[in-house]
Design a protein around this ligand. Structure first.
Ligand SMILES: Cc1cc2nc3c(=O)[nH]c(=O)nc-3n(C[C@H](O)[C@H](O)[C@H](O)COP(=O)(O)O)c2cc1C
Length: 191
């Protein structure tokens, strides 16, 4: 891998506030294809995605807000308004789920979730490399069963993992300060 590719990884940051245009069809294909390169024990390919674009984003907003209220989760009028404002600009949401094949008892569920998380990270990195803003959210009634079902991910067979919002950054954001890796790393020598 060239140095400049690593620099892309080092400069990735989440960009929540995005607007149209969303990814072109060609770029969306590349973003989705990047998920297929994730490490994946047993080649289960457990990741599943649902594309929510254009006017469907507003329908998703209604659904998520209603599901949150029906579930009795806290939602202030301010939060509802800011969520609607945010989503009114978002050109693309990708709903994220991990398929749980109950017949497979060999690969633990945790590993399937990790593979799906790795796939989503690839998508975040691909979106960044292509010049888009992208952000992973587990808001929008992610943990409400009815919401998962409405998106086609029955909680009996899937772990719902939230959404990626992808589009053109509304504002330029400065690269955030990242911690130095040294305090996260030890060396084990076995001596
Ligand atoms: C699984 C997952 C779920 C997340 N859900 C939310 C969320 O619901 N709300 C939020 O403000 N940030 C959420 N985040 C964090 C943001 O996506 C983002 O990583 C964070 O703002 C830090 O920005 P950075 O990625 O540039 O370091 C989530 C991150 C992950 C990995």
């Amino acid at each position: 891998m060239s140095v400049s590719s690593v620099q892309y990884l080092l400069s990735r940051r989440s960009v929540k506030f995005v607007k149209a245009p969303g990814p072109t069809e060609e770029h969306l294909a590349q973003i989705l294809q990047s998920a297929m390169s994730a490490p994946d024990h047993g080649k289960l390919r457990p990741w599943r995605f649902a594309l929510i674009r254009g006017e469907a984003v507003a329908r998703l907003a209604d659904l998520a807000i209603n599901a949150t209220k029906t579930a009795g989760l806290p939602l202030t009028p301010e939060k509802e308004a800011s969520t609607r404002r945010w989503l009114s600009e978002v050109p693309l949401l990708i709903a994220l789920a991990c398929h749980i094949d109950h017949s497979n008892t060999k690969i633990p569920e945790d590993e399937r979730m990790l593979a799906t998380g790795a796939a989503v990270t690839n998508m975040l990195n691909a979106a960044h490399m292509l010049g888009y803003g992208a952000y992973w959210s587990t808001g929008l009634a992610t943990y409400v069963d009815e919401m998962n079902e409405a998106l086609g991910f029955d909680p009996l067979d899937y772990r719902f993992m939230g959404y990626l919002a992808i589009g053109t950054p509304i504002q330029e954001t400065a690269a955030p300060q990242r911690p130095d890796y040294h305090s996260f790393v030890t060396e084990w020598t076995g001596l």
